[in-house]
Design a protein around this ligand. Structure first.
Ligand SMILES: Cc1cc2nc3c(=O)[nH]c(=O)nc-3n(C[C@H](O)[C@H](O)[C@H](O)COP(=O)(O)O)c2cc1C
Length: 195
């Protein structure tokens, strides 16, 4: 195949952006809880609801995930950006991230060990179904057992206004807020193609 003028070809690397930068909470069997930031995460199945997180074995949190087979994915917002970064550059081996960041542990609805972070607008409670040792990262494939949401974003109509929570994106080494709404699911077939 011809290389195209004006384009560079790079060796394989991770360039799938934007991603969420979530705060994952977990605990060990003695009840010590920790938080680590994870960007290598995603939804993998609608029914059963499933997602994954990929974690390096050298992370302090790793043994908690292995011990209990539980974790909570806590969505982050612009307001939580500082905490999300901090939890991603400091280790629970050395500091109590809950205390240092004034974050509040809440009880998970369906898990026995991992707490939720109450400052987060959405807590996704997960139970591990499989661990795939891929290479640098081990992928924890998990089933979603329950989702807790902050009622502040519930409208009287019953609609959950997640997009007014100021969700945070992580793109190519930077934290970014989401921009303006461009459309909604399916809008392209109801609208004329932009010229
Ligand atoms: C934005 C961001 C994304 C990160 N994504 C991951 C990830 O997907 N997997 C991982 O193992 N570590 C990731 N890290 C690094 C861990 O969060 C970091 O090593 C953290 O200090 C581990 O905490 P712990 O030792 O208390 O478990 C990320 C860090 C940041 C700042």
């Amino acid at each position: 195949m011809r290389s195209t003028k004006g384009r560079q070809v790079w060796r394989p690397g991770n360039m799938l952006y934007p991603l969420p930068a979530v705060m994952v909470s977990a605990a060990d069997l003695q009840g010590e809880a920790n938080i680590l930031t994870v960007a290598w995460t995603g939804t993998v199945c609608s029914d059963p609801a499933m997602l994954y997180i990929s974690v390096r074995p050298e992370r302090y949190s790793y043994h908690m995930l292995k011990e209990t087979g539980e974790f909570v994915v806590n969505l982050t917002t612009e307001k939580l950006a500082y905490a999300a970064d901090w939890c991603g550059v400091r280790s629970g081996r050395d500091v109590d991230k809950w205390k240092e960041l004034n974050l509040t542990k809440g009880k998970a609805e369906k898990l026995d060990h991992a707490p939720v972070i109450l400052e987060s607008p959405v807590n996704i409670e997960c139970r591990v179904t499989e661990v795939k040792e891929l290479g640098t990262h081990h992928m924890f494939l998990a089933e979603v057992m329950a989702v807790q949401v902050d009622e502040r974003y519930m409208k009287k109509s019953g609609k959950f206004e997640l997009n007014s929570a100021g969700l945070l994106a992580y793109s190519h080494g930077e934290y970014r807020s989401l921009g303006d709404r461009i459309g909604r699911f399916g809008w392209s077939v109801k609208k004329r193609m932009p010229s």
